[in-house]
Design a protein around this ligand. Structure first.
Ligand SMILES: Nc1ncnc2c1ncn2[C@@H]1O[C@H](COP(=O)(O)OP(=O)(O)O)[C@@H](O)[C@H]1O
Ligand SMILES: [Mg+2]
Length: 317
């Protein structure tokens, strides 16, 4: 049984924030929810959590409507700051867990375990407003999971984290998923998702663009990337004029070529061989998620998604 988001719609005045958005998440899965700023990610998460009501559509977990589930079912890492600025870190972790019925001793024990894992035990007695953005993010993650929720919803958890902390958080995701927890996180950073999320949904302007297992989405939606190396010819200048070849650029010791939809990748290999070249590398790789996003949405995920939405621009001013 799965987390099923079924045809959610939500309007804020002039802005149709969600337009029949639907996707499903398998238990034990790490699910990436992708979209540019203003796409509707936070709104969707708030509706799943029943913080916000949809105008229409439903959310069910294991066959039961989210509105009828125990609050303990979900953990939430909100996009905006959710910590009390002046309360000491360990105290607030214990406090948040108590809201979900976790006994103090046990909350304290697992909070300290997580602080240790994240290499921040020294933060236990500090106030939240003394913490860096990255450390606050780690504390918010701990706050989201201390009551051991079945489903953890995280809104942009990687934003503002340095690579070391990204790695720590990723490892925590993998461990929780292996233990059967279901993790949903939103992001506009495609490279984090590529190797972490087993399945994804991409939304744009409140509409589902595509979704499914990450590898399938990359195969289906993107054009493959060809990696080619020819002895004594690092530039492969001749390849730019091959039919169907869109770009040719050297990268990491090989040359990467992108091709138009419908072009057979093998035709590039045949062309190289026909020139009598010694091919030392030929590989057909799936398109990156960044390329998939640009292909389907028409702009990169970090471009401002609200530029062609007058109402959204107005509300942001
Ligand atoms: N409370 C609100 N009132 C008015 N408009 C809102 C509100 N919340 C979100 N919106 C609008 O709905 C759209 C989707 O927002 P949001 O779900 O926050 O997107 P994302 O999290 O993907 O950046 C945006 O155009 C945003 O301006
Ligand atoms: Mg958001």
């Amino acid at each position: 049984m799965t987390l099923v988001i079924d045809r959610l719609s939500k309007r804020f005045g002039q802005v149709l924030a969600l337009d029949e958005v639907g996707f499903s998440v398998q238990p034990g899965e790490i699910f990436g929810f992708l979209g540019a700023n203003g796409a509707g990610k936070t709104t969707t998460m708030r509706i799943i959590l029943d913080i916000l009501r949809a105008d229409s559509g439903t959310v069910t977990w294991r066959g039961r409507p989210s509105t009828e589930l125990s609050r303990r079912t979900f953990g939430y890492l909100p996009e905006e700051r959710g910590l009390y600025p002046r309360m000491r870190i360990l105290d607030q972790l214990v406090f948040f867990a108590a809201l979900y019925g976790v006994a103090e001793a046990s909350a304290r024990r697992s909070a300290l375990e997580w602080l240790e894992r994240f290499r921040v035990t020294e933060l236990a007695g500090r106030r939240a407003d003394e913490l860096s953005k990255g450390n606050q993010q780690k504390i918010q993650f701990i706050a989201a999971i201390l009551h051991d929720p079945e489903v953890v919803l995280m809104d942009e958890p990687f934003t503002g984290l340095d690579p070391v902390n990204v790695a720590l958080l990723r490892a925590a995701f993998v461990e929780l998923a292996a233990a059967g927890r279901t993790l949903v996180f939103s992001t506009h950073q495609m490279e984090v998702v590529e190797s972490l999320a087993g399945a994804i949904a991409i939304i744009d302007h409140g509409r589902l663009v595509t979704g499914g297992p990450t590898r399938e989405v990359r195969r289906r939606a993107g054009r493959p990337v060809i990696r080619l190396a020819v002895e004594g010819d690092p530039e492969l200048a001749w390849a730019t004029s091959l039919p169907g070849v869109r770009s040719v650029r050297p990268r990491l010791g090989v040359t990467e070529l992108t091709i138009a939809a419908g072009t057979d990748p093998q035709s590039v290999l045949h062309a190289a061989l026909a020139r009598g070249a010694l091919v030392t590398c030929f590989e057909i790789a799936d398109a990156s998620l960044e390329d998939v996003f640009i292909e389907l949405v028409g702009r990169p995920p970090d471009a401002d998604g609200s530029i062609d939405r007058p109402a959204a621009v107005g509300s942001a001013a």
